[in-house]
Design a protein around this ligand. Structure first.
Ligand SMILES: *Cc1c(COP(=O)(O)O)cnc(C)c1O
Length: 385
């Protein structure tokens, strides 16, 4: 049976400005990828991130796949991946026949633990994919030091982190290659969409070419006088972002500050309302970074029955979810590795409504319902406060 939540877990902020941008694309007659809007979006992203190059692609999974190819990852290579995440990084490693090695995460931030990375490096390790967990940037200073010592690449999976910062720098520019998602559940969206941001223009060029079957922009070719016939010199993919989506994203990128300000206010209110609840641990943002709040995950005390809490919230029309995954526990990866902190967060975290369209009344309603539910479904004997 389907339900419609009164207070949904996520809600994309798409409106009149985005509609107007789409109307322009319809009028132009070029809705496909790598046209004028796609190019304009790539320029906008390149400037925003101060990058060598930016490539607009169909989704973040495609961006991660292209990153592995552009960085020369070969079958049998090992790539260390953050464990506690939507498992796209491990998928990307497998796309190129390489082996994902799962690194446990910090208990306080849920981001990849640099110490775990250092311990997992072996003779076949070629790089690390760090994840900005639901919008919280990882420890790039420590990760880069370790990577430099061993000649490894670092890729930033910033799928959830558009708008976040680390030591004053933008998430999406914290490693030599970063991958962004513009999926409908992220902070800036075109429904589906993604981008690869690279410090080295050659990496961006390689990714752009492979994203269009290896022959470059058909739009550009249509502008040339004469009849040059491009040749296919390698196997590429169709990972292009449509100009329709690019037009939407140009508007969304311009609204990142406004939308993030609203999510920040929601997070601050949750902290005020729930900070004293002993059965919950709220997200804590280290002083050297800011959060993009793709999700707001609370960690339930071990005595609390998460499934029952979720059932209560949903029964009252409040969206919630398990948050994200312990990748190493997913059957497809068939690993014997253990990541105890990731496994623990996978069992105890609960994502509660977080998006820019929430009213403060709704935030108060969520907080009140959650507090009641965790107190009802705790196994430990508690006295009323
Ligand atoms: C959502 C997400 C992805 C996948 O993004 P798509 O654009 O849907 O492919 C990858 N990595 C992380 C960390 C994500 O949260």
């Amino acid at each position: 049976m389907s339900r419609i939540d009164r207070v949904p877990l996520v809600h994309a902020s798409l409106g009149e400005q985005e509609l107007a941008a789409v109307a322009e694309v319809f009028a132009s007659g070029w809705p496909a990828g790598q046209g004028p809007k796609g190019k304009a979006l790539e320029t906008q992203l390149k400037e925003r991130y101060g990058a060598g190059g930016a490539v607009a692609v169909s989704n973040c999974g495609a961006a991660l796949h292209l990153a592995m190819l552009a960085l020369g990852v070969k079958p049998g290579d090992e790539v260390i991946v953050a464990d506690y995440t939507f498992p796209a990084p491990a998928h990307a490693v497998r796309y190129v026949g390489a082996v994902p090695v799962f690194a446990d995460v910090r208990a306080d931030t849920g981001t990849i633990d640099p110490q775990a990375v250092a311990e997992l490096i072996g003779p076949r390790t070629v790089g690390v994919i760090a994840v900005d967990t639901v919008g919280m940037p990882a420890d790039y200073a420590q990760l880069q030091t370790i990577a430099d010592r061993h000649g490894l690449f670092v890729v930033e999976d910033a799928a959830c982190a558009v708008g976040a910062t680390y030591q004053g720098r933008e998430a999406g520019a914290l490693a030599e290659v970063a991958c962004l998602s513009f999926h409908g559940r992220k902070g800036a969206t075109s429904g589906e969409g993604g981008a690869l941001i690279a410090a080295d223009p050659a990496v961006a060029e390689d990714a752009r070419l492979r994203s269009s079957f290896g022959i470059g922009s058909i739009f550009d070719q249509s502008q040339i006088v004469g009849l040059p016939i491009p040749e296919f010199t390698e196997i590429g993919y169709n990972f292009k972002l449509s100009d329709i989506a690019a037009a939407i994203l140009q508007v969304q990128i311009g609204r990142i500050g406004e939308l993030l300000q609203r999510r920040d206010a929601v997070a601050a209110r949750y902290a005020e309302l729930l900070g004293d609840e002993e059965l919950l641990t709220l997200p804590r943002v280290p002083a050297d970074r800011t959060h993009a709040w793709q999700s707001y995950m609370v960690t339930l005390d071990r005595s609390v029955d998460r499934a029952k809490v979720a059932t209560d919230l949903r029964a009252q029309g409040i969206g919630c979810g398990h948050g994200t995954w312990a990748t190493h526990e997913q059957p497809v990866f068939e690993t014997k590795q253990k990541c105890p902190t990731s496994a623990d967060l996978f069992r105890r975290n609960l994502a509660i409504p977080m998006h820019a369209e929430l009213s403060m009344d709704q935030v108060e309603q969520v907080a009140h319902t959650l507090r009641t539910a965790v107190r009802t479904h705790t196994g430990s004997v508690r006295r009323a406060a």
